[in-house]
Design a protein around this ligand. Structure first.
Ligand SMILES: *[C@@H]1O[C@H](CO)[C@@H](O)[C@H](O)[C@H]1NC(C)=O
Ligand SMILES: *[C@@H]1O[C@H](CO)[C@@H](O)[C@H](O)[C@H]1NC(C)=O
Ligand SMILES: *[C@@H]1O[C@H](CO)[C@@H](O)[C@H](O)[C@H]1NC(C)=O
Ligand SMILES: *[C@@H]1O[C@H](CO)[C@@H](O)[C@H](O)[C@H]1NC(C)=O
Ligand SMILES: *[C@@H]1O[C@H](CO)[C@@H](O)[C@H](O)[C@H]1NC(C)=O
Ligand SMILES: *[C@@H]1O[C@H](CO)[C@@H](O)[C@H](O)[C@H]1NC(C)=O
Ligand SMILES: *[C@@H]1O[C@H](CO)[C@@H](O)[C@H](O)[C@H]1NC(C)=O
Ligand SMILES: *[C@@H]1O[C@H](CO)[C@@H](O)[C@H](O)[C@H]1NC(C)=O
Ligand SMILES: *[C@@H]1O[C@H](CO)[C@@H](O)[C@H](O)[C@H]1NC(C)=O
Ligand SMILES: *[C@@H]1O[C@H](CO)[C@@H](O)[C@H](O)[C@H]1NC(C)=O
Ligand SMILES: *[C@@H]1O[C@H](CO)[C@@H](O)[C@H](O)[C@H]1NC(C)=O
Length: 822
């Protein structure tokens, strides 16, 4: 991401040249830049790419030239000025990028219009008003994010405003609606791709037919979502927007106005300091986002359609959409990406095209008897635009499809459905499982299917030594193909990360032969790099996230380095394969040492160091690194030990990488239940304090060497050690010896430092408080464990009390009657 002008000033070293550039620009335009005019463009004060962006009166928005991430093109637009993530809200020249911002300029033309001139001084964008009522005009960027063309003598007289010409973003205060006199609508039009503001195929606007519903459309023609009509309080399709409800509504005011000359919807913020935006994303979903200062990122709290695969033609023709952590698109068998470059940018609209044409003549009729074959795809949700024909059975249905060249697929379930031309909106529901899942038969050239059969038998052939000449030839072809692939994806270094090919990793891990462990998100394999460095390779399973998103998340994770955090060394992202390569930890995961039948028992000293190390690692994750991360899955399995038993937290960043799938997998997977904070189970927002809870549970296990929660017969839990510790501590001055004998792992008990035991138990019990506000931050935990800060006696968490009651009923009273206190 580059912003013209601004980056120059970010470093003290270049500050002087930067000031010089600004001064020169000011001299060239013949004015001294006045502080109070830093938000204004005038005929005698144009804005060029050499200058710093203009900034609105109170600093909220900036106007200037910028370059989207991974793009060579420059655009004039507005963005949030005060946040760390460059977020454009409006772009003037969406379809006509600028190659050189230094020689382009935004100015006021002699006819009074605001114009964007490229280096040949031709207007590539203009406010384009013809009937002026004022002689002299200026452009002003307002604190609302609205860019206006106003009368120079009174800027309250607005002649043109960007709020009447939205891009993909609808800001608070803007009206999204229709002028009934002119019939002109303000609409949101998505970007074509994440880095390309060219108007894409998805748009949102008020129903042109005059009802009060908003429609999401594809290609301005096909409606795929509606808000429903306005009832006076809400839209019928958005029942969650109850006006008197809680968050987020308490933050907003909104209304639908159906006036004489215009009808529109408007929303505004009650608290001016909150940043919020409503965006039509390039994936066709409308999203409501709020900036979270703590996380330094936008948080999504509402979006529609809920399922990404419900967006019409998200994956384009002949492609299948899979609703996973993120929606992903893949070509049907027998098809390849129409435009690989666009696909890599996450723009799948062009879809896929046939590898081998069907057997049809140019005039569209079938030549003789068609030899085309059908490939069966099960577990799909079918596209809705089928035409049904009368057919007596499967064969007749197939025959009906074969007899027409435009027929591309059929489905038979007692009645025969045929699809003509492009097959759009096919969804793979094998993962999510859904009613209405069916099988569809895709028409392919005969050679595609016979080729497929050969592939299946390929392995056998490869293993047989006596290969025929034909097979040799085939293998030679394969080798060439593989070579090509290799050249395309040779090992590259991205930042500090190595980008591996799948083939590399196969050889690094000896074809994934040495399995180190398996988790909810995939298995981990031992490997050895050519330079003999040992690595652990994690094969992510069960999701197919977009390539770009994956890379950006991975590079964020790669930038996080701390002595108590596992270092990510590299990754592999090929087609649907996603692997992560980590440093190797010879002593494996903590759970094996705590609960395993390991001869080597961790000493108290080591345990305390491990507890402190984990706390330091988490503190770093939560507060000290640039992109802060909530781990979400702290448990002994995710703590790895190096050669000297120093702990390193593993799997951080996976929560974000796995997206929505993460919480689903976590809350349903075994072995995690004892560590999940109650607010997570309750479904409310999760903060870093959820990690503090999990840390507390883990810490108790480190102390005791036993699982807090025993999973018995799958469902019943009877985990009472935390309660034991809590009540022990709550007992007031009770004997420390009793505490130690009751709580500490019997194998190390006698050697434990009693002061450390008490500190560890107290802080652990504070960490597992029901009320997340009562839990300490990890920084405090570190200080307590270091003995720098004293911590009081914690109350017994209520959730544990409930567990205790359950335990009483199930005759575990015995265990509790031994408690030294009460
Ligand atoms: C300006 O408006 C005229 C019609 O009023 C239109 O033909 C022209 O394309 C517009 N120019 C720009 C740059 O929008
Ligand atoms: C300019 O003309 C347009 C129609 O061409 C009209 O909608 C608009 O109100 C006029 N503006 C002014 C300031 O007269
Ligand atoms: C425009 O300028 C002319 C002379 O320069 C002046 O007579 C006229 O009143 C001005 N009109 C407006 C709307 O300011
Ligand atoms: C500027 O225009 C606004 C609205 O047209 C008007 O209310 C205000 O009085 C004007 N201010 C001056 C200084 O003329
Ligand atoms: C709008 O009206 C046209 C013509 O009456 C109709 O074809 C179209 O489906 C309507 N659109 C919606 C969204 O109801
Ligand atoms: C998109 O809409 C235009 C007309 O608005 C139409 O000509 C074109 O065929 C549509 N594209 C597709 C792929 O349907
Ligand atoms: C909205 O109202 C119009 C008529 O007023 C109706 O045709 C349309 O079906 C309604 N939309 C929904 C989603 O109920
Ligand atoms: C609607 O437009 C007419 C004609 O332009 C105008 O007389 C009337 O005041 C407008 N109504 C409202 C509510 O603005
Ligand atoms: C299409 O072309 C074939 C020869 O390629 C011809 O036999 C057939 O009559 C043509 N059909 C039509 C409808 O033109
Ligand atoms: C194939 O089916 C389409 C759609 O039903 C129809 O329009 C077309 O005429 C058919 N073509 C032939 C050659 O039968
Ligand atoms: C068969 O499929 C059609 C179209 O998808 C559907 O309308 C119909 O209900 C299905 N019939 C049965 C028996 O499942």
């Amino acid at each position: 991401m580059a912003i013209s002008g601004a980056p120059l000033c970010s470093s003290a070293l270049v500050l002087l040249p930067c000031l010089f550039v600004i001064a020169m620009a000011a001299l060239q335009s013949g004015v001294v830049v006045l502080a109070d005019a830093a938000d204004t463009v005038a005929a005698d004060r144009p804005l060029s790419g050499r200058q710093r962006p203009l900034v609105s009166n109170r600093g909220k928005f900036a106007l200037g030239f910028f370059q989207p991430e991974n793009s060579e093109h420059w655009y004039l637009g507005t963005w949030y000025n005060q946040i760390s993530k460059h977020t454009p809200v409006w772009v003037a020249n969406r379809g006509s990028p600028i190659s050189n911002p230094d020689t382009s300029q935004l100015t006021i033309a002699t006819n009074g219009n605001m114009v964007l001139l490229d280096n040949s001084r031709t207007a590539i964008w203009s406010t384009n008003i013809s009937n002026f009522t004022s002689n002299s005009t200026v452009g002003v960027i307002l604190d609302s994010g609205n860019l206006v063309l106003a009368d120079a003598s009174n800027t309250s007289i607005i002649l043109w405003q960007s709020f009447d010409h939205f891009g993909d973003t609808w800001l608070p205060g803007g009206k999204l609606g229709r002028n009934k006199l002119t019939g002109v609508s303000t609409r949101l039009v998505a970007w074509k791709a994440r880095n390309d503001p060219v108007p894409g195929v998805f748009s949102l606007e008020l129903d042109p037919n005059g009802t009060s519903q908003y429609l999401l459309q594809w290609n301005s023609t096909l409606q795929y979502w509606t808000s429903g009509n306005w009832t006076g309080r809400i839209f019928t399709g958005v029942p969650e927007m109850t006006p008197t409800g809680s968050y987020p509504n308490s933050l907003y005011t909104f209304d639908y106005v159906n006036g004489e000359n215009e009808s529109y919807f408007v929303y505004d913020l009650k608290d001016d300091s909150v940043l919020t935006r409503f965006v039509l994303g390039e994936m066709g979903q409308i999203q409501f986002l709020t900036w979270m200062n703590g996380a330094n990122d936008w948080m999504l709290f509402w979006s529609q359609p809920k399922a990404q695969c419900d967006v019409y033609s998200l994956c384009g023709p002949f492609s299948v959409c899979t609703e996973n952590a993120m929606a992903s698109c893949s070509c049907l068998r027998g098809f390849g990406e129409q435009n690989v470059g666009e696909w890599l940018q996450g723009d799948h609209n062009s879809g896929c095209r046939r590898n081998v044409e069907l057997q049809c003549s140019s005039n569209g009729s079938v030549v003789g008897r068609s030899t085309d074959r059908f490939h069966t795809m099960a577990n799909v949700r079918l596209p809705s635009d089928a035409e049904s024909v009368v057919a007596a059975g499967f064969d007749q249905c197939e025959e009906a499809c074969l007899s027409n060249c435009s027929c591309t697929a059929y489905s038979y379930n007692g009645s025969c459905s045929l699809w003509y031309r492009d097959l759009i909106n096919l969804q793979d529901v094998s993962v999510i499982g859904s009613q209405g899942s069916s099988a569809v038969l895709i028409r392919l050239a005969a050679s595609e299917l016979s080729g497929q059969k050969q592939k299946h038998t390929k392995k056998l052939i490869t293993f047989s030594v006596l290969a025929t000449g034909a097979v040799l030839l085939m293998m030679a072809v394969l080798v060439v193909i593989l070579r090509r692939r290799m050249v395309k994806a040779t090992t590259r270094v991205e930042g500090s990360l190595i980008s591996f090919t799948y083939r590399d990793l196969k050889s690094v891990t000896k074809n994934f032969s040495e399995k180190l462990g398996g988790g909810a998100f995939g298995s981990v394999f031992e490997g050895s790099l050519p330079d003999a460095t040992m690595v652990a390779v994690k094969k992510l399973e069960g999701f197919r996230q977009g390539e770009k998103q994956f890379r950006s998340e991975v590079s964020t994770i790669g930038n996080i380095q701390h002595v108590n955090l596992i270092r990510l060394l590299g990754f592999c992202s090929e087609k649907t394969r996603r692997l992560l390569v980590y440093e190797y930890m010879p002593n494996g995961s903590l759970d094996k040492h705590l609960f395993g039948s390991n001869q080597h028992v961790l000493s108290w000293n080591t345990r305390y160091k491990i507890a402190l190390g984990i706390a330091r690692g988490l503190d770093y994750l939560h507060e000290k690194c640039r992109d802060c991360i909530i781990h979400c899955d702290i448990k002994p399995e995710n703590i790895l030990l190096d050669g000297s038993f120093a702990p390193k937290v593993a799997d951080f960043g996976l929560a974000k990488l796995m997206g929505r799938d993460f919480s689903r997998v976590l809350t349903t997977s075994r072995g995690t239940v004892g560590y999940i904070a109650p607010e997570w189970i309750a479904g409310t927002a999760v903060t870093a304090k959820a990690d503090v809870f999990s840390y507390g549970m883990t810490l108790l296990e480190i102390v005791s060497g036993r699982r807090n929660v025993q999973e018995q017969g799958g469902a019943a839990v009877d985990g009472l050690l935390p309660l034991l510790a809590a009540s022990t501590l709550g007992g007031g001055g009770g004997g420390r010896d009793e505490l130690v004998s009751a709580v500490v792992d019997g194998r190390v008990g006698v050697n434990a430092d009693m002061g450390e035991v008490e500190r560890a138990c107290r802080v652990a019990c504070w960490c597992i408080q029901d009320d997340e506000k009562a839990r300490p931050a990890m920084a405090t935990v570190v200080q307590v464990l270091e003995g720098l800060v004293e911590i009081g006696v914690p109350p017994v968490p209520r959730s544990l009390q409930i567990l205790a009651d359950l335990a009483n009923q199930s005759n575990n009273l015995q265990f509790f009657s031994d408690l030294p206190s009460k």
